[in-house]
Design a protein around this ligand. Structure first.
Ligand code: ADP
Ligand code: MG
Length: 506
């Protein structure tokens, strides 16, 4: 049973571990496995960077390498649900990344892990099990008295682990995030409920997850008896669907309603998922009715959350809504400086590659202005490169290593430019992009322009709508979906769109 540190178990796995012969087969095997794990580590990092922490944690945290043979890599997952989700959404991406690590890999198979036992016991804010309720237990919902179910994957894994780097200490405050930071801080410090819920929103990579984790860490430090549960909306959905499947909804509800503070990250993911929304709403109401704190994050404001019921949207806006704006130069520089300092402290300053000259930091702060995740990624890349070649970081090196990123930020496209290009391409008047005309000959190019605006700019749907003669955001959604659908069905249109995209990007 003992599953050595999540490694494949000798006889049980169908797939054999890397083939080996001779007496030193163990060594060879270990080496092969190590190599495989190293590759998996890199693939994971890329997935994490691409998909973001929340998505990554929901789907990839529990994936493990089982073995490989003849170009076929097998990964293990705990449940069928995770398997089919990954297969449907991420398999190709995993495979592509893996191929770029190791060209001999031809396919990736996802298999169910035999007798899965939750593996890592990282710091996890989830203490309701150990801690007796502080107050009288919330409205009696019979706790299941049956012994712990054999399949306890859902139980032990209710929340998501917290990132130890995401603390208030490591959070740099600037104009763009000061409201969100102040609200988060206030909430973590006070014991009363000042505003409920706290709704944090802003574009990707701007620090929403960081702030939520910081709140959790801080509460844990100040008031360890309070139970804090942090998880992504995807994970909430996942738990809920699991509970439905295992007819375990009573326990599910109970677990969520017992906490003092519930944080749900990236709530936009439950858009369109009606039963999950419904369940979330009940949980939300149950908690707020009992004066428990709820914190929610999203990539847009409550009013812009399409696909989420009106009553939920409006309820989400009742507390404090704090948005995080795109960063400014000062904040970016501040973050880089702090990060560079941590790095050189960690290496004692003994590693040349870990010392980053100020002009390089300024250069990065100026040029990488999309979001903080990318900014950190750029810095890491430069440092990794420097330590790899064993030379100190220079401006020139940074420029060179980040060529692709820099090009991407050079070609920031505007909606005006998209409209102009698309009009030109389809030979319609620029004015038609904004007009109310519905003739197919202008409506289609207009939809394509909306679609490209969504793809190539960071503008929100309502903003895009406004740019197209004051249209509603639902019109933009409709256009985006329509073009997505047509791209699948109509190769000629697909090619047009692709061509336009490339033209605009270069
Ligand atoms: P979001 O959840 O909004 O997509 P994250 O919270 O995951 O963004 O932040 C992305 C990365 O940027 C994380 O590594 C985080 O630590 C870092 N980061 C974001 N904001 C700040 C900040 N103000 N100071 C320091 N690091 C930050
Ligand atoms: Mg996040």
């Amino acid at each position: 049973m003992a599953d050595q540190g999540g490694r494949p178990n000798k006889d049980k796995n169908k797939i054999s571990k890397p083939e080996a012969t001779g007496e030193n087969s163990d060594n060879t095997q270990n080496e092969a496995l190590e190599k495989l794990n190293a590759q998996w580590h890199k693939v994971r990092s890329r997935l994490r960077a691409e998909l973001g922490e929340a998505t990554f944690n929901s789907w990839f945290k529990l994936l493990e390498v089982a073995g490989a043979q003849k170009g076929r890599v097998v990964l293990h997952v705990p449940t069928r649900f995770v398997r089919s989700w990954i297969e449907a959404h991420y398999l190709k991406r995993i495979c592509d990344h893996w191929k770029s690590e190791d060209a001999s890999v031809r396919r990736i198979d996802i298999e169910l892990k035999p007798e899965w036992v939750p593996s890592d016991k990282k710091p996890e804010i989830r203490e309701q099990k150990a801690v007796p309720p502080r107050r009288a237990p919330a409205p009696a919902m019979p706790r299941p008295t049956a012994p712990e179910p054999v399949d306890n994957t859902g139980r032990d894994d209710l929340g998501a682990p917290l990132d130890p780097r995401f603390t208030f200490d490591n959070f740099i405050v600037g104009k763009s995030n000061e409201l969100a930071h102040a609200a988060a801080h206030r909430l973590a410090e006070g014991d009363g409920v000042a505003f409920n819920p706290l709704f944090l929103y802003g574009g990707v990579g701007l620090g929403k997850t960081h702030l939520m984790h910081a709140i959790a860490w801080e509460i844990r430090r100040r008031a360890p008896e309070r139970t804090v549960l942090y998880l992504s909306a995807e994970k909430f959905m996942y738990q809920f669907i699991r509970a439905l499947r295992f007819k375990d909804t009573v326990a599910f509800k109970q677990q969520f309603r017992e906490v003092d503070v519930l944080m749900i990250d990236d709530i936009q993911f439950i858009a369109g998922k009606d039963s999950t929304q419904e369940e979330f709403f009940h949980t939300f109401n149950a908690l707020t009715d009992h004066n428990r704190q709820v914190i929610v994050s999203a990539d847009r404001s409550p009013t812009d959350l399409e696909g989420i019921e009106e009553r939920i949207r409006s309820r989400l806006g009742w507390g404090l809504v704090a948005d995080i704006h795109p960063t400014d130069y000062e904040l970016r520089l501040g973050i880089l400086q702090a990060k560079a300092e941590t790095l050189s402290r960690r290496t004692d300053g003994s590693l040349d590659s870990a010392r980053i000259p100020q002009p390089v930091l300024e250069f990065l702060a100026q040029r990488i202005d999309s979001n903080i995740r990318e900014l950190e990624g750029a810095l890491n890349r430069v440092i990794a490169y420097a330590s790899f070649v064993g030379r100190p970081v220079t401006l020139e090196m940074a420029r060179d290593v980040l060529r692709d990123l820099l090009r991407a930020s050079d070609r920031r496209v505007t909606i005006d430019e998209i409209q102009r290009r698309v009009a030109e391409y389809f030979n319609v008047k620029m004015g038609d992009m904004l007009s109310a005309r519905r003739a197919r000959s202008v409506a289609r190019p207009r939809q394509i322009a909306m679609y490209l605006s969504k793809q190539l700019t960071t503008r929100s749907l309502p903003e895009i709508g406004r740019k197209f003669g004051g249209r509603d955001h639902t019109t933009v959604i409709h256009a985006v979906r329509k073009i997505e659908q047509l791209r699948e069905e109509d190769p000629a249109l697909d090619e047009d769109v692709d061509l336009l995209r490339r033209m605009l990007e270069n």
